[in-house]
Design a protein around this ligand. Structure first.
Ligand SMILES: [Fe+2]
Length: 260
């Protein structure tokens, strides 16, 4: 398996604190059957080193020296939090997954920014393919899953977190993850691991759970074929037509974005 979203870079964000912890996380991943990991440090959020690009380069270089002895192949990416001048940041820094067109974009947990679709369109105009990080943990995607459908129809991808599928982020996140899997709106399962305890890099149990919804072949592809295509900067093969999870729901009601 391939885990495309792991906070493995030591001493940068709220993920691994030390190189030893990063190595212990990689050991857990390997025992779970994960052979390849993409290291995805937070950019613009959850880091006390905000804006310290030289510090990021320095930590990355030091980690690369040690990572050759890790039990998993290590690749590089980032998880970029939305903020107004993101396009400039993407132009100036290599934040995509393994130098591909694919890039993790993270929205705040409580709401989407107004104009999220236009924002993503701007990112796509620069030649990037956004992968929405864990939409199932976002309150607005939970309440209005059609939003993710509309974004996927724009040719964006979405990553659901293994722990969400298993219920570890609460019933709403689990339910949303199931909806996205069922309607061809999730393309990747990743661990979004931060440590060896509460948020470890494990995928296998979540794949077994996802298989009950998507069938075995697709559940396996979520952690093998699709992440491999992303690492190689290839197109995603035919994944099945995205379906509108709210099809048939009456839409005349104007709801405030944070109400369910
Ligand atoms: Fe993350």
């Amino acid at each position: 398996m391939i885990d495309l979203h792991v906070h493995l870079l030591p001493d940068w964000d709220d993920g691994a604190v030390t190189l030893e912890e990063a190595r212990a996380m990689a050991d857990i991943a390997r025992r779970d059957g994960i052979m390849k990991i993409a290291v995805t440090p937070h950019i613009f959020r959850m880091t006390r080193n905000e804006g310290d690009w030289a510090g990021l380069a320095d930590r990355t270089a030091r980690f690369k020296e040690a990572a050759g002895e890790f039990p998993c192949e290590i690749y590089w990416g980032a998880e970029v939090f939305v903020q107004p001048d993101i396009v400039e940041s993407l132009r100036g820094h290599d934040l995509t997954i393994n130098g591909s067109a694919y890039i993790f974009i993270e929205f705040a947990a409580e709401a989407l920014l107004p104009g999220a679709k236009e924002f993503l369109f701007d990112v796509m105009l620069e030649g990037f393919i956004p992968i929405i990080s864990h939409p199932e943990r976002n309150a607005e995607f939970q309440a209005r899953p059609r939003l993710l459908y509309e974004i996927v129809k724009m040719n964006c991808l979405a990553q659901v977190t293994a722990k969400s599928i298993l219920g570890g982020f609460g019933p709403e996140a689990k339910r949303a993850a199931e909806i996205f899997l069922k309607h061809n709106l999730a393309h990747i399962i990743a661990s979004d691991a931060h440590d060896t305890g509460a948020r470890p890099p494990r995928l296998r149990r979540a794949v077994e759970e996802a298989a009950k919804i998507t069938g075995r072949a697709k559940a396996e592809a979520l952690v093998t074929d699709i992440p491999q295509a992303i690492l190689e900067n290839r197109e995603i093969g035919d994944w099945g037509e995205p379906e509108d999870p709210e099809r048939g729901r009456k839409t005349w009601l104007i709801r405030l974005p944070w109400k369910k």
